[in-house]
Ligand binder design. Structure first.
Ligand code: MN
Ligand code: ZN
Length: 495
């Protein structure tokens, strides 16, 4: 049985059964609101026995005494209140989710003197929602019961300024929706989500007031996107380019643009990958998923910005019609590319999408996201995405947004020495630069297609999928990039 969470805020919420959750701090492990649910003695005993001190993300969970209005009482430690940032509140929200158990009603008591701000309360609710995400659509048996139904759980946050909480939460709901969308797309298997189906998901964003245009193979042939089209040759499923536009600012304001790699499945093509772990390549559209998720969020919270999201959607398969190593293709920009390894396909998809984006929309900045190289995991593990940029200001803004959201990025170098590594004997460039500095040479390749536009490339191969579980994500697909770029837009580009 899966869970559907309904969140609300109320000034006068009374505990009537279910779980009552209060917060504790280092200064005051058992808050007055915890005592108010009538279990003072039990709580004092429990925190002693459990050694609970209010330390961050520790919990005490106990059956309520007979005279309490609650069935269960729990305390979630927050640690040192003065040090808490938005992300800490989100993690506390995630922790609350883990306490739900079998109850269908949770009252979170925040009515203390040290009550969190409305923003912090809304952050807690967001963290709870993100933690609650589960991709279980294909499980016909869920857990130990055979009931495939959905269990509704009501979460009420008791806060003295419920109206402000609600307002702050509306924005975060838009964020949660975008993250959920991105996670769903990455988790979804490739037999269900081909390029055409993926483009339909983009088209569905029209419901939020976005303009969405889908370019077909024929349209892309006219535009001479031979690099992107070359990747799709081995698949029976035709490629698509989806263009999403959100106009939240003055019509003439230059847009910010986001470009995503959407390889719905990457076998490697003729340069086929080994079998072990190849199933993970259903996630090779993590960049495109993040772009759709971000566009959803911007539209849902009516961001005062003009934004363009462009995603290149292809499937990379080996086949009699597939492109070969040694082939030379002409990109939309006119530059020619020698294919050395058909598994270095992401950059071939992105280069034409980047050219199209600049020529058509003349963006103020252009940021691409791609699960581009395994090498970025060798360099940074799964805790930072690789950042490459031709613009220091944009880089700094991205690093800052990464710290705020904890979707962290780490800047790696670009330069002429690396650029030389992709020069080709037969064409303007080749699509790989060899084993060394694999993430950097991939970025150098993209840089050849961005001209003077301030640009950043995020290599999210290590962070979009299979990254370690956290208090706010237990899913294989993390939705990485949605919160990062939403924060970037909020802090830098909204009027
Ligand atoms: Mn590949
Ligand atoms: Zn790939």
């Amino acid at each position: 049985m899966s869970m559907s969470i309904e969140i609300s805020f109320s000034k006068s919420a009374k505990v009537t059964g279910g779980l009552a959750v209060a917060t504790g701090t280092l200064a005051e492990p058992v808050s007055a609101s915890a005592r108010a649910v009538g279990a003072s003695d039990q709580l004092d005993k429990a925190i002693k026995v459990a050694g609970f001190s209010g330390k961050s993300l520790t919990t005490v969970d106990l059956l309520a005494p007979a005279n309490s209005p609650a069935d269960r009482i729990a305390i979630v430690g927050l640690g040192d209140l003065d040090k808490l940032e938005a992300h800490d509140w989100m993690r506390a929200g995630g922790k609350i989710f883990t306490l739900i158990g079998k109850v269908d009603k949770v009252t979170v008591l925040l009515g203390d003197q040290e009550a969190p701000s409305a923003e912090a309360t809304a952050d807690m609710a967001l963290g709870l929602l993100m933690r609650a995400y589960a991709f279980d659509a294909y499980k016909t048996k869920k857990g130990d019961d055979d009931d495939a139904g959905v269990r509704k759980v009501k979460i009420v946050f008791q806060h003295s300024n419920a109206t402000a909480c609600k307002k702050a939460f509306t924005i975060r709901e838009a964020v949660a929706g975008g993250v959920e969308l991105a996670r769903n797309l990455v988790n979804e298997p490739a037999n269900v989500l081909g390029p055409v189906e993926f483009a339909d998901r983009a088209k569905a964003l029209e419901a939020l007031g976005m303009e969405v245009e889908i370019l077909t193979e024929k349209d892309m042939k006219k535009l001479k996107m031979e690099a992107l089209l070359g990747v799709a040759l081995g698949s029976v499923r035709p490629p698509r380019l989806a263009v999403m536009r959100w106009q939240g600012a003055k019509p003439k304001d230059q847009p910010v643009a986001f470009v995503g790699k959407g390889v719905v499945f990457d076998t490697g093509g003729i340069s086929i990958k080994p079998a072990a772990g190849m199933e993970d390549m259903k996630g090779d559209m993590g960049g495109a998923a993040a772009v759709i998720g971000l566009m959803h969020t911007l539209a849902a919270r009516k961001a005062k910005v003009n934004a363009v999201g462009i995603i290149g959607l292809v499937e990379n398969m080996p086949d009699g019609a597939a492109q070969r190593p040694g082939d030379i293709v002409r990109s939309m920009s006119g530059q020619t590319i020698e294919i050395i390894n058909t598994d270095a396909e992401g950059r071939l998809v992105l280069c034409d999408a980047l050219t199209y984006c600049q020529e058509k929309y003349k963006p103020a900045v252009m940021i691409d996201l791609a699960t581009l190289t395994g090498a970025v995991m060798v360099a940074l593990g799964q805790h930072h995405a690789g950042l490459f940029s031709n613009d220091d200001e944009l880089s700094q803004a991205l690093v800052k947004a990464g710290e705020t959201t904890r979707e962290r990025v780490w800047r790696l170098p670009l330069g002429p020495d690396y650029d030389k590594m992709i020069d080709s004997k037969f064409a303007d460039m080749k699509n790989t630069g060899g084993r060394y500095a694999g993430s950097i040479t991939a970025a150098q390749f993209l840089k050849r297609f961005v001209g003077d536009t301030p640009w950043a490339h995020l290599d999210i191969a290590g962070t979009a999928m299979g990254s370690p579980s956290t208090e706010i994500n237990q899913s294989w697909a993390s939705g990485f990039g949605v919160r990062l770029l939403d924060e970037l837009v909020r802090a830098n580009y909204e009027s």
